[in-house]
Design a protein around this ligand. Structure first.
Ligand SMILES: Cc1ncc(COP(=O)(O)O)c(C=O)c1O
Length: 380
């Protein structure tokens, strides 16, 4: 059990613990829909690339405003397959990635045969910007990965222009941004490679691993479909080198059951985020994230002073927190060969200060109130 884990059912005395994640309310609400899909799956007796995956792909494409979606095995696979598709007709060169992201973003670049160029993030949003990407751009840069970190879309207009002007591909890591739009438009309007993870804790997750590439390009759709299934088009002949990155029918059943809850749950997350904003405004020692109406609030990340002590204080009060992420990409031994054009000082400092507070459908107004009250108590 991880050190920071707390469970609502633990036998500690005092008020109930507040965990970072508790999927039970979500699953309870979707139980009927999930069971109906699982029954359909068993009746059909097809467990790989059957009607549930096809049905989910159509429903998820509609939900995200994309022309199509291709279900794959993980978010990492979605990124890798999108990158391999984008790099198929380009020289496999450098790929610009932000220093502050999941290590899986960078692993996907390397798995796709790209080399890493690490960019700093914006001081206010902690996202990659076109300005940041330009600093990290090199003569062999062939793609850039915009990570919609914590649920907030990057400034996609400027990033898409930069990529287009330099004949590079714009890949979107939307693994934390299910349901997000930018300027009221689907993310696929800005580039044909939008990658999602359905890791259980995401705004839309399954009970295991899963992912998808959303796109509005028929050519991209066709190539990703090829890459996820051994390089074949249905038969037993491989057209290109590829592995197995299929989404299972069973996970598709859960995803179809949970998808109708995505929007209401994102609205719930927004209410929790608003409550934290209100309750922690002017709290000494705490810097709030800049508000964005476009965010789907996958994580609520504040920047704090004396982080370790605050975490201990919160944990003693039964409140679990997280750090996303404690180490910037260029500090991982696995990525030591990455090019770092300018020291990512914003990401470095952020990694020392950021703290993720509990957010999700399991967080009730009284939970958010208690979290904020304990933080205030610590600093005052
Ligand atoms: C920003 C980001 N990118 C990539 C991934 C990788 O997704 P997965 O764990 O489904 O492979 C994640 C999920 O952890 C993520 O949050």
């Amino acid at each position: 059990m991880p050190k920071q884990y707390v469970n609502r059912e633990s036998d500690r005395s005092g008020p109930p613990p507040i965990p970072m994640v508790d999927l039970r309310p979500l699953l309870r609400a979707a139980r009927g829909r999930i069971h109906a899909r699982l029954s359909e799956m068993h009746a059909a007796g097809q467990y790989i690339l059957g009607p549930q995956v096809a049905g989910f792909e159509a429903e998820f494409a509609t939900a995200t405003g994309a022309h199509s979606a291709i279900g794959v095995s993980t978010g990492t696979a979605a990124l890798e397959l999108a990158l391999r598709t984008a790099l198929a007709n380009r020289t496999k060169g450098e790929v610009v990635v932000p220093a502050l992201t999941s290590l899986f973003t960078a692993q996907a670049v390397l798995a796709a045969g790209g080399r890493l160029s690490i960019a700093d993030v914006d001081e206010e949003s902690l996202l990659l910007t076109a300005t940041g990407a330009e600093v990290a751009w090199g003569p062999s840069t062939s793609a850039v990965v915009a990570v919609h970190l914590y649920g907030r879309p990057c400034q996609l207009g400027a990033l898409a222009r930069l990529a287009r002007d330099r004949s590079a591909a714009l890949i979107q890591d939307a693994c934390q941004a299910h349901g997000a739009r930018h300027l009221g438009r689907p993310l696929t309007d800005f580039s044909p490679y939008v990658c999602y993870s359905f890791y259980p804790t995401k705004n839309l997750g399954c009970l295991g691993d899963g992912g998808a590439v959303a796109t509005s390009s028929k050519a991209v759709e066709s190539h990703v479909r090829l890459l996820r299934d051994g390089g074949r088009r249905g038969g037993q002949v491989a057209a290109v080198t590829a592995g197995n990155a299929r989404l299972d029918e069973m996970h598709a059943c859960y995803l179809r059951g949970l998808l109708p809850s995505l929007e209401p749950n994102n609205r719930h997350r927004a209410r929790v985020a608003e409550q934290y904003h209100e309750a922690l405004r002017d709290c000494p020692g705490v810097r709030l994230p800049a508000w964005s109406d476009e965010s789907v609030h996958h994580l609520f990340v504040v920047r704090v002073k004396r982080r370790t002590k605050l975490r201990e204080h919160l944990l003693a009060a039964g409140i679990q927190t997280g750090i996303h992420y404690p180490v910037p990409l260029h500090r991982h031994p696995a990525f030591r060969e990455a090019r770092v054009a300018a020291p990512p000082v914003v990401a470095e400092r952020a990694c020392r200060e950021i703290l993720s507070l509990p957010i999700g459908v399991h967080i009730r107004p009284r939970d958010a109130e208690r979290v904020a009250a304990e933080i205030r108590r610590f600093y005052t």
